[in-house]
Unconditional design. Structure first.
Length: 142
């Protein structure tokens, strides 16, 4: 299964120039300005503007986000990334969280999308009983 879309900001030097111009506005807020409440460790919305998020295209299992993609995007856009999504397919036996640790170490807040599925991943209807809501509630995957 290939990428659904491969849209590129830098399709032309003109497009990149316009993109960089508007990303440079104070409206777009990078990771260094994410407001986290000291009291309860909640991420607060900005008073003005919006945080920069980066969706690099996940790959087949939606887990191929890596630090280099974030570094490249930050260099291209001249703005740091505050948030980036990454999926975790339970059927892939993710016992190693090295990639998540690397992503977090570069200061990006990860939006984890937990995918309680196993092979075959792309079933047209319903959920898989191996990862039923009741089994999750019962703590079988903690």
């Amino acid at each position: 299964m290939g990428d659904i879309a491969d849209l590129r900001i830098n399709s032309s030097s003109e497009a990149l120039s316009v993109y960089q111009k508007y990303m440079g506005l104070d409206y777009y807020i990078g990771k260094e300005s994410v407001d986290i409440s000291e009291q309860d460790q909640k991420i607060l919305p900005p008073n003005n503007g919006c945080y920069v998020g980066f969706f690099p295209g996940w790959g087949e299992l939606e887990d191929s986000v890596n630090v280099q993609q974030i570094i490249d995007f930050e260099a291209m856009s001249n703005k740091s990334v505050a948030f980036s999504p990454v999926s975790i397919f339970w059927g892939e036996n993710y016992s190693n969280s090295q990639n998540l640790d690397k992503l977090a170490s570069c200061g990006v807040i990860l939006l984890l999308r937990l995918m309680p599925w196993g092979e075959p991943y792309w079933e047209p209807y319903g959920y898989q009983e191996n990862y039923s809501l009741q089994r999750i509630i019962d703590g079988e995957f903690d």
